[in-house]
Design a protein around this ligand. Structure first.
Ligand code: FAD
Length: 437
């Protein structure tokens, strides 16, 4: 292991998904504009190449955010990194316009993200997982951070990089229901396409658990893709609920909403999250929901039952052997328990916000938490730290408790990246903005 770092970066980033990609773009534009000395930046991504939820890149699925809320547009409409610039570069601008849509396909948006990431490849290292962050103390002050990067998944292959600022954007972690683990036949929605690609025989019975967007998309996909298989969908709701993407409600994702949410009292924050959970959590795009109902009804007309819905039902166990999975399912209104068998079970059980400073060891104690144990974060996304920390630690994606519903989504990515860049540049040029408690 190397013990010293020759360079002190202005900013190092953990993760190179859309959040840090948007930041890299903002940094690149800053350097092109030559308005100030550009920040010296480098990002680490543990995947071997750029990828945005590849396991769920289902053909035909669409984005749940308008294409104008891309990596740059709302920060700088003249950016060469907008979705429109991408379309122009790909010679598809006119064709896209003729389409008259606001929501591109996910496959196309992924291609856009890859296109942008490829333009900035000198700012990112792939196959590079950050496994530890430790403080560099000078005269009793934490002046820099040392970021330990593991290469190629090899625990003995480490490098250390030193930085003034760290921007942590690790995304969310897939979660399984309590007591249920992933296996060859028990999958999480995030891995569904990878798993299907490796199937050695065609399953006859799939079960999809959950009533959110991913579960509904997978149900439709399996029903389309495996023409002879039965597809059973189990969820504890009475039925799928439609996502609210109406215009007034959509304002909850505006940049202004972040300001308002940030300054609100805790009870108001909680109220807003509850009011508008149905924009994002456990809901399904209305078109998809209608499509599933239509398929189901057509099967009833034909006297078929290849697509089955078990509502108000909860899966309590999934025990897999070599050939199948045994599910324990309770019908909630009566409490009746049933045993069901399936070849494959896919859980659309969502994601959680993992502790973003889990790599920090003892140094984590210098990051201040609120009475609920959550990190205190300044409006500019900088973690509040004790007085003796001079370096900046910024969060992207893990700030729903402080900055609201758009934190885990793409809506505000471009604007947030600009705000973080501004904060880091200001600090470098004016020496130290206050983020202390
Ligand atoms: C299937 C699906 C569809 C979605 N569709 C939409 C949508 O249409 N609209 C919308 O607004 N939101 C959508 N989302 C929400 C999603 O969270 C955001 O789109 C987006 O991925 C957030 O970007 P991010 O960069 O913060 O996180 P991510 O995209 O998750 O990227 C984080 C990156 O960090 C890397 N990483 C993690 N830990 C480390 C480490 N220690 N070292 C190095 N690298 C690390 C990961 O490999 C990953 O590439 C969707 C989510 C899913 C799962």
């Amino acid at each position: 292991m190397k013990t010293e770092s020759p360079t002190v970066y202005d900013v190092l980033g953990i993760g190179f998904g859309p959040s840090n990609l948007a930041l890299a773009i903002a940094i690149e534009e800053q350097s092109q504009a030559s308005v100030c000395v550009p920040l010296h930046a480098l990002f680490f991504e543990k995947q071997e190449r750029f990828g945005w939820h590849r396991g769920m890149l289902i053909e035909g699925t669409t984005m749940q955010v308008c294409f104008l809320k891309d990596l740059a547009m709302l920060r700088n409409p003249t950016s060469p990194f907008t979705f429109l610039s991408y379309l122009h570069d790909k010679n598809r601008l006119v064709d896209f316009v003729n389409h008259k849509i606001l929501f591109s396909s996910r496959v196309e948006f992924h291609d856009y993200l890859e296109w942008a990431a490829a333009k900035l490849k000198r700012l990112v290292q792939y196959d590079a997982e950050v496994v530890e962050v430790s403080p560099v103390i000078c005269d009793g002050v934490v002046k820099w951070l040392d970021v330990v990067v593991q290469r190629d998944g090899n625990p003995s292959h480490h490098e250390i990089y030193r930085t003034h600022n760290l921007v942590i954007a690790p995304g969310l972690e897939p979660t399984m229901p309590p007591g249920i683990s992933r296996s060859e036949r028990v999958w999480h929605s995030s891995e569904v396409l990878d798993r299907i690609a490796h199937l050695t025989e065609e399953p006859q019975q799939f079960t999809v658990v959950g009533a959110g967007q991913s579960a509904a998309e997978i149900t439709a996909y399996l029903h389309d893709h495996f023409k002879y298989a039965k597809v059973r969908s189990i969820f504890s709701r009475y039925g799928y609920s439609a996502a609210d993407d109406s215009p007034f409600t959509n304002r909850i994702f505006d940049p202004l909403a972040v300001d308002e949410y940030y300054q609100a009292r805790d009870d108001v924050k909680k109220m807003l999250l509850n009011f508008h959970r149905n924009t994002n959590y456990s809901v399904v795009d209305a078109d998809l929901l209608e499509d599933l109902y239509r398929r189901h009804y057509q099967e009833m007309v034909r006297g078929e039952s290849r697509l089955e819905f078990m509502n108000v039902s909860k899966v309590f166990g999934a025990v897999a052997d070599r050939d199948s999975v045994d599910l324990s399912v309770e019908f909630l209104p009566t409490g009746d328990m049933r045993k069901l068998r399936s070849d494959i079970v896919v859980f659309g059980s969502g994601y959680k916000i993992a502790d973003p400073i889990r790599y920090f060891s003892d140094f984590a104690g210098k990051c201040i938490r609120d009475s609920f144990g959550q990190l205190r974060v300044a409006r500019n996304y900088r973690i509040c730290t004790s007085e003796d920390v001079e370096c900046g630690i910024y969060l992207q994606g893990t700030t729903e408790h402080t900055h609201g519903l758009s934190s885990t989504l793409l809506s505000n990515t471009a604007v947030r990246a600009g705000e973080i860049l501004e904060a880091m540049t200001w600090e470098r040029d004016n020496k130290k903005i206050s983020s202390h408690a």
